[in-house]
Design a protein around this ligand. Sequence first.
Ligand code: GDP
Length: 143
Amino acid sequence: MTTERTLSIIKPDAVSKNHIGDIIARFEKKGLKIVAAKMVQLKQKDAEGFYAVHKERPFYKDLVSFMISGPVLIMVLEGDDAINKNRDIMGATDPKKAAPGTIRADFAKTIDENCVHGSDGVETAKTEIAFFFKPEEITQRIR
Ligand code: GDP
C-alpha cells in the first residue's frame, strides 16, 4: 500500500450538530492520521473556487451557500490508501444510498447536506490540499 494524503472537510451541518469528534474518531480508528487541520468560515469566493468543477451543475449555487452557512473543519488525512479509505468511511454522496455504518449514513439526511467532503483521486487530493494548505502547514507525524 502507498501512503497517501487526502483532503477532508467536515461540513457546516456536521459542525453545527457537534459531530466533529464522532467523525474524527472514525478516521483515527481506521488508521488515518490528521497531519493538518484548521477551522474556518469559508468566504463565498473560497467555496466557489473549491467547487469550481461543479459550476455548471444545477446544485452549484446551493452547494456554495451551504458551504458558507457556518464554520467547517478542513483537514489533511494521511495513511495507507488514504484517499479510498476516507471515501469508504464517508459513504456514498447521497446518504440514502450510503452503506450502514458510514459517516453519511449515520449523520447526514440529504445529498445537499452530507456532512463530509473527501478528495476522489490522487490528482484531486494534491490540488485540494494545495487549495487550503501551504506545504509548511502540513506536519510530519514521526511519533
Ligand atoms: P462527493 O465527492 O461525494 O462529495 O460528491 P461530488 O463531488 O459529486 O459532489 C460534491 C457535493 O455536491 C456533494 O457532496 C453534495 O453535497 C453536492 N451534490 C452532488 N450531487 C448533488 C445532487 O445531485 N444534488 C444536490 N443537491 N447536491 C449534490
